[in-house]
Design a protein around this ligand. Structure first.
Ligand SMILES: [Zn+2]
Length: 603
């Protein structure tokens, strides 16, 4: 009996019945639209394509939210969609803030922790805040469009999303609420003595004018080597070799707080949360920012504990800024062998797909295309846990002029482009104009320069675009995580009251149920395909390597529960049982990352 054919025939029968019902109904309604057809406009508006229609949760995607607001948005999403979203936490930050977690799936269908999982986080580097908005947007978009957009509905039914908008809430809030530049703080807020004077965090930046932006300091100096740009006097450029200078630049706003002759040398932290993971970790004298030992940083450890407690996580995405990159590991050349060819094929497929959705972004390998780094999050995810993981460097200067370096026919430096963008599209809001202040050590100086809230993060009108495109990449990653099904069951009678049962299990997505790295290093248990039935006993079980040549390997122990290495992307595995007795039977496919599938074989 070919069970698959039987099912298909049933479906055709059902469809035949339906073909007359629908026209008859339409006739009865006299051409009036059915109530279930949704109008994509309200009394006052037509929805823009891609936006949810009448969203239950209104969120403005043109600003950056602090930890409290992120929590509020998560709570509102969970309250509006109790069957699709649950709000929780993966642990606690150094300062005692709950690290927010939104779990998104159809909770009414299946066990969420047995669905293939997609883990998403942002903001490991505190100043790289917009990863938080991309993650939140993803949760919002999935819930608001569930039941409206078939592709998304299917995704939320069959996959589970673990969304952690910020894994560094203390320093995210520091970036937003304290005086900073666009690069600070990168660290979390464990106190550290950076300059070895026995004091912690005693000499950071100082906001001399109290505007919340740490900008540049300059002092008039006929012997300095800096002058103002003739096109935009706000911009400092180097004097030409034979040109007299006008200014000396004195670095970021601040003074010598501890009287050691140095300025801004011991700010909050410092360590790099993305060099502290338990994969290839090296001490700080080898890897800058590594901190004391792997997972000495509590926020990193909270992520690792969460991932290990959720072995169904098969894909992961972490959001950074900036530069327009879709990064994969390895972080060092020594780790090339970890990323074996068959897994790299999967990475390449996804990365190249991402390049299509993200104009100006390039799919790159961390160690060779950006810089070598050990103890990074993405290498731990893949190296230690076998999870296909990307880090996106959000935002690229490409977006200022959409590919054109400058307006037609002009040559300009990066800084000149930035200042021109500020004049043409931000109407000079993006730069603090030079102003005089009295500095305790330098005397009368001027401060001015780029504000912290852009250049690494997009200006408001480009933020939703950034959120949407990066979300799309991550949703396709989730889509291509394994989707397992029992493709066919074939039962044949053998002499002596025996039956032979052949089962083909299929993975209809690109990502294998276990990465080849996992298989090779035995990181996770194998997938199991099991047969159970009250009236039958499994006498022998086989893995069918080649059904055409009838080559099969017997599994002598526990033949009813066959261990398979992986169910390949867009591929199948075939198993065979010899059974004494009769059905009905149940086939169970139990894969940590591929999910749990059961199918009944009728008598
Ligand atoms: Zn980063």
């Amino acid at each position: 009996m070919l069970y698959k054919l039987f099912k298909t025939r049933n479906r055709i029968e059902r469809m035949k019945k339906c073909t007359w019902v629908l026209p008859a109904l339409l006739l009865l309604m006299g051409g009036v639209r059915s109530q279930t057809v949704e109008k994509e406009f309200t009394t006052s508006a037509l929805k823009a394509m891609g936006a949810p229609n009448n969203p239950q949760v209104e969120v403005a995607w043109n600003r950056y939210y602090d930890w409290q607001e992120i929590g509020d948005i998560c709570r509102r999403i969970a309250a509006a969609y109790p069957d699709l979203a649950r709000f929780g936490s993966i642990g606690t930050s150094v300062q005692g803030k709950a690290i927010p977690l939104l779990t998104i799936t159809n909770f009414k269908q299946g066990n969420p922790d047995r669905k293939p999982g997609m883990y998403i986080d942002g903001n490991i580097h505190s100043n790289e805040i917009q990863g938080g908005e991309v993650a939140l947007y993803t949760a919002w978009y999935l819930t608001e469009n569930y039941g409206r957009v078939d592709w998304l509905t299917d995704l939320v039914d069959h996959k589970v999303f673990y969304i952690v908008p910020t894994i560094n809430p203390d320093a995210r809030d520091h970036f937003i609420h304290q005086a900073n530049n666009q690069h600070s703080p990168r660290t979390g807020l464990l106190p550290r003595d950076d300059d070895g004077d026995g004091l912690v965090d005693e000499d950071g930046y100082d906001d001399l004018d109290g505007d919340g932006n740490i900008v540049q300091m300059r002092k008039r100096d006929p012997n300095g080597r800096w002058v103002t740009d003739p096109e935009d006097p706000r911009l400092m450029i180097r004097a030409k070799p034979d040109q007299p200078g006008e200014y000396t630049l004195l670095g970021w706003e601040g003074f010598d707080n501890d009287g050691d002759g140095r300025v801004n040398e011991d700010g909050p932290g410092f360590y790099d949360p993305n060099r502290n993971w338990g994969w290839g970790w090296q001490p700080a004298y080898t890897q800058y920012g590594a901190d004391q030992y792997p997972f000495s940083i509590p926020e990193d450890r909270a992520v690792a504990d969460f991932v290990m407690a959720h072995p169904n996580i098969a894909g992961a995405q972490t959001y950074h800024n900036s530069g327009g990159m879709i990064l994969r590991g390895p972080g060092t050349e020594e780790d090339i062998g970890t990323y074996n060819r068959r897994d790299v094929d999967v990475y390449d497929f996804l990365g190249e797909l991402g390049e299509q959705m993200l104009p100006g972004y390039r799919y790159l390998v961390l160690y060779k295309d950006l810089y070598p780094a050990v103890g990074g999050e993405l290498d731990w995810f893949y190296g230690a846990e076998g999870i296909f993981t990307f880090s996106n460097e959000l935002w690229t200067a490409f977006n200022y002029y959409r590919g054109k370096e400058t307006p037609e026919g002009q040559k300009a430096s990066r800084q000149e482009n930035l200042y021109r963008f500020d004049r043409l599209l931000l109407f000079k809001e993006g730069i603090v104009p030079w102003k005089r202040v009295n500095h305790p050590q330098y005397g009368e100086i001027e401060i001015g320069g780029v504000k912290k809230s852009w250049t690494r993060t997009p200006p408001s009108f480009m933020l939703e675009d950034l959120c949407h495109r990066n979300m799309a990449f991550t949703l396709f990653h989730a889509y291509y995580l394994p989707r397992l099904s029992v493709d066919s069951v074939r039962v044949q009678d053998l002499p002596g009251g025996l039956q032979q049962i052949d089962v083909i299990v299929k993975n209809s997505r690109v990502v294998p149920s276990r990465s080849y790295h996992e298989v090779r290093k035995d990181i996770t248990p194998p997938d199991y395909i099991a047969l159970a039935g009250k009236n039958g006993e499994v006498v022998a079980g086989f893995l069918v390597d080649n059904p055409y040549l009838n080559i099969a390997r017997e599994q002598e122990h526990h033949p009813e529960r066959l261990a398979v290495e992986t169910i390949p992307g867009m591929g199948t595995v075939q198993v065979r049982w010899i059974v004494a007795g009769r059905g009905p039977y149940q086939v169970t496919v139990d894969s940590r990352k591929g999910g749990l599938v059961t199918t009944a074989i009728p008598e």
